[in-house]
Design a protein around this ligand. Structure first.
Ligand code: G3H
Ligand code: 13P
Ligand code: ZN
Ligand code: NA
Length: 308
């Protein structure tokens, strides 16, 4: 079933593309992601937050993923599939996920002081070796809300720190802050929605071909924001990262791009619309099948625009 991220990152950096890391929170989303990646013949990192893991159930999750991969293999799909803990907050949670078969973990100690971040990350790298799992660390702070952590400020990654961090910790990949943000409000209205590709370039100069990760990379498509609003949803000033910026980052050393908000937005807006137009429907298979298909279409298009 699952693979770690090492080989998929090596290929991606060699050829100048990146691997989609899509968060999921239920079976519909998991299947939509796998179907889209199968159709596009793209490797994929299935991503689960601590709260999504608790929502699905820690016993259910690995069995559900295993079953979904078996359904995929029955279609003769050979894509690589990794299961990553997103924003792992501490050693105990990470160890528990590794014990349950995760092939990749993130340790997010980016809010800690530099040397404390190194110490905590290195501990996880040592642990993950025993499981042949890969480890993602983070340097810099994204604004927006991620699980328990929320931050007002956006602290760009300092290129002067990356080499020491990577060498001392031994991480397989590094998440950086170059202007992305979690959630649906990544820029203020009127701001130019651009990434700091100059910082990425400075990082590449000092670090060379090393797998870099972008969190907070949803594009927050306007058509789905409208669909959400038109069908009773409430949201304002939603702004995402343009696909073209992500594509440019992909051609450099960005190797993994995280998307969560877009999946939620597509699912929820499509569900609201369907229920408004079909108020008598109460067959779960029918009214969940429609947003599931919409997510699959969104992921397919995202892969074509950004990841290939
Ligand atoms: O960046 C992390 C996720 O977007 C947080 O998702 O609400 O499922 O914990 P969650
Ligand atoms: P978005 O909120 O932009 O989808 O970011 C997701 C993410 O970084 C998950 O770790
Ligand atoms: Zn994130
Ligand atoms: Na790349």
């Amino acid at each position: 079933g699952l693979v770690n991220t090492k080989e998929m990152f090596r290929k991606a950096n060699e050829k100048g593309y990146s691997i989609p890391a899509f968060n999921f929170a239920n079976l519909e989303q998991l299947k939509a992601i796998l179907n889209a990646c199968h159709e596009a013949n793209s490797d994929v990192i299935l991503q689960i937050s601590e709260s999504a893991r608790n929502y699905i159930g820690k016993e259910t999750l690995p069995l559900m993923v295993k079953g979904a991969i078996l359904d995929l293999r029955a279609k003769r799909s050979e894509i690589g599939v990794a299961l990553n803990l997103d924003h792992g907050k501490d050693y105990d949670l990470i160890k528990d996920c590794l014990d349950y078969g995760f092939s990749s973990v993130m340790i997010d100690a980016s809010h800690e002081e530099f040397y404390k971040n190194i110490e905590k990350t290195k501990e996880v790298v040592e642990l993950a070796k025993k499981y042949n799992a890969s480890v993602e660390g983070e340097l810099g702070i994204l604004s927006g809300i991620e699980d328990e952590i929320s931050s007002e400020e956006n602290k760009f990654t300092n290129p002067k720190e990356v080499v020491e961090f990577v060498q001392k910790t031994g991480v397989d990949s590094l998440a950086i802050a170059i202007g992305t943000a979690h959630g649906a409000h990544k820029f203020k209205p009127g701001e130019d929605p651009k990434l700091r590709l100059d910082i990425l370039e400075n990082i590449r100069e000092v670090l060379g071909e090393f797998p870099i990760v972008l969190h907070g990379s949803s594009s927050v498509p306007g058509e789905y924001i409208e669909k959400f609003r038109d069908n009773g949803g409430m949201i304002k000033d939603a702004i995402g990262i343009p696909d073209l910026e992500l594509k440019k980052a992909s051609k450099s050393i960005v190797t993994k791009i995280n998307v969560d908000t877009d999946g939620r937005l597509v699912f929820t807006s499509t569900l609201l619309e369907y229920m408004k137009n079909n108020p008598k429907e109460m067959d779960l298979k029918k009214y969940l099948g429609v947003p599931k298909k919409a997510m699959e279409t969104y992921y397919s298009e995202k892969i074509k625009k950004v990841f290939k």
